[in-house]
Design a protein around this ligand. Sequence first.
Ligand code: ADP
Ligand code: MG
Length: 369
Amino acid sequence: MGLPLLEDLPDPAGKRVLLRADFNVPLKDGHIEDDLRIRAALPTIQWLQEHGAEVTACSHLGRPKGKPDPEYTMDPVRERLGELAPGVELMENLRFDPGEEANDPGFVDRVVEGQDLYVNDAFGAAHRAHASIVGPPARLPSAAGRLLAREVEVLGGLLDKPRKPFVTVLGGAKVSDKLGVIGALLQRVDRLVIGGGMCFTFLAAQGHSVGGSLLESDRIDDCRRFLEDAGDKIVLPSDIVSMGPSDEVRTMGADVPGGWRGLDIGPGSAAAFSDEVTGAGTVLWNGPMGMFEDERFAAGTRALAHAMADAPGFTVIGGGDSAAAVRRFGVADQVDWVSTGGGASLEFLEHGDLPGLQALRKASNAPRD
Ligand code: ADP
Ligand code: MG
């Protein structure tokens, strides 16, 4: 069965529609730092309103631990939503109730009470088997919203029919977060380029010294196995920007001596990685190349961001901190797709499916094929 889309819903005119959105926006002192996730739901909201529906939205925000917490009230989101999409109601933070994360059927009943139809547009939460994600499709005619459908189309396309060569660039802090997706992607990619903190566990597996750089010793064997099985596909940095004992910053080769911490890929690696991106038919990038929040270690990530922007191939950013990086470097508009889900995009790429999508496909109105 395929994913039911908005067009597969019974006529929404005069109906009450429950919209599960991902309004988990970054907050600072009670103010929204970036309203992208609210704006990302607007095409779906507009379609529903144009078709005469009464929309009630719901979302989680932060990690309030199953009880009301004023720090995570939806009030700032409700205010911004009211400006962007007048007439939409917004429930209080779903995670104020322990039933949301526990997928408690009684909580599902309360969430869907009085609603006629359900739409899931929360790609960023679709990897969680939580009440508001997997519960409603068993009770109401349901559909994927525009954002969710497009995320699945783009990321599914990377798995099914990527234009070759298909290059994936991975970075970020922890290799353990990404072992599953590395294993899955190695089956499909022509090149796997690895930078960021996670490259040091791979470099250690090759016998390089990593000094005080990020290292997950218990994952060295996993990295060694990947290198043995697919070593010709894996590209690692040949130079590193490191910080020494008295905070001096220096570019060095792939060996980082004791007392030094590797915090960015070096210029030679940045150029080589950029060439991989430029030569690709399809590029997926997830995870910054260094500790880019600190300008001294931002050059590798900036170079990658610009390479993504200039690349002639189909370019996709896998959400999370890499999405923040392309926005910060002003090139988000020049990338073909910036996923709104970090963890969700990795899980989708690893497993080819998500609990929230499986639930929608089982809805009574889902198309049969
Ligand atoms: P994403 O959210 O894109 O998946 P991660 O959350 O895995 O990425 O990692 C992002 C974090 O990794 C950033 O905060 C960045 O500072 C950090 N990071 C990247 N490279 C290094 C490094 N060499 N040393 C320490 N931290 C790093
Ligand atoms: Mg992150």
